[in-house]
Design a protein around this ligand. Structure first.
Ligand code: ATP
Length: 248
């Protein structure tokens, strides 16, 4: 199958044999299976501590699997280190190089590609245009607002055309109004570039804006995966309805 397949993935912490934390440890992700088709955007939604970030990190190769497989385009990624997966990562904040200007931040992911300066500058300009920051090339990072910084971070993450983009609460540090606007802009940028993506959030409105399908997680388990409309009209359980704000 093309795209991402997460098969029965389990992530446990503190299970080192002989560890003082005992044999059980914490099961952060418990036998989760999920597929993401090429060009699809899937959000992982759930309360703090439900295992969203652990699952994302396991897909990235940043966290070892205690069980299951992560497969991309039919290839099992076990043993393939983070930098060889050709996945992009974007986090909540603090990811830009503060001493580089906007152009050199966005160009960072292009440095390993053999591009002339003119080609690279053209790519940077296209990406900045895509995230609504045309002409910002020469701006210093500390002079940017929080929302502008996350737009630059998105442009930088998209620059090397990752085959999968993993976004971990990328808008959570921003105020609500800005978050709502940016969620729509992030979706537009992902759709326009045809980027396959997994977007972690604890905000159901944001998940519905950004994603084609939303996976609801609770205590390490994936409760339901469906299109936002379907989740609202046919939640699989009271717990799912609660996370979607359909119950008090
Ligand atoms: N490095 C670690 N060592 C031990 N336990 C961990 C570690 N990282 C996460 N956990 C635990 O695993 C569980 C899932 O954490 P995780 O960060 O994946 O959840 P989350 O849904 O992303 O939460 P949040 O929205 O607060 O970031 C939690 O109980 C957490 O305390």
């Amino acid at each position: 199958m093309a795209g991402l397949e997460i098969r029965d993935v389990t992530v446990r912490y503190g299970v080192v044999t002989g560890s003082a934390r005992g044999p059980g440890g914490v099961t952060a992700v418990d036998r989760v299976s999920l597929t993401v088709a090429p060009g699809e955007v899937v959000a992982l939604l759930g309360p703090s501590g439900c295992g969203k970030s652990s699952l994302l990190r396991a897909v990235a190769g940043l966290e070892p699997l205690s069980g299951g497989r992560v497969v991309y385009d039919g290839e099992d990624l076990a043993g393939l280190p983070v930098h060889k997966r050709r996945f992009g990562l974007m986090f909540q904040e603090g990811q830009l190089f503060p001493h580089r200007d906007v152009r050199r931040n966005v160009a960072y992911g292009l440095e390993t590609q053999e591009l002339s300066r003119a080609e690279r500058d053209a790519r940077v300009a296209t990406l900045l245009d895509l995230v609504g920051l045309a002409g910002y090339e020469g701006r210093a990072v500390p002079t940017l607002s929080g929302g502008e910084q996350q737009r630059v971070a998105l442009a930088r993450a998209l620059a090397p055309q990752p085959r999968l983009l993993l976004l971990d609460e990328p808008l959570s540090a921003l105020d609500r109004q800005l978050r709502e606007r940016l969620a729509g802009e992030v979706r537009a940028a992902l759709v326009e570039t045809g980027t396959t993506a997994v977007f972690v959030t604890h905000d159901h409105a944001e998940a519905a804006t950004v994603a084609d399908r939303v996976g609801v997680m609770d205590r390490g388990r994936l409760l339901q995966v469906a299109a936002p409309d379907e989740l609202r009209t046919a939640p699989a359980s009271d717990r799912v309805a609660e996370f979607l704000g359909l119950r008090d």
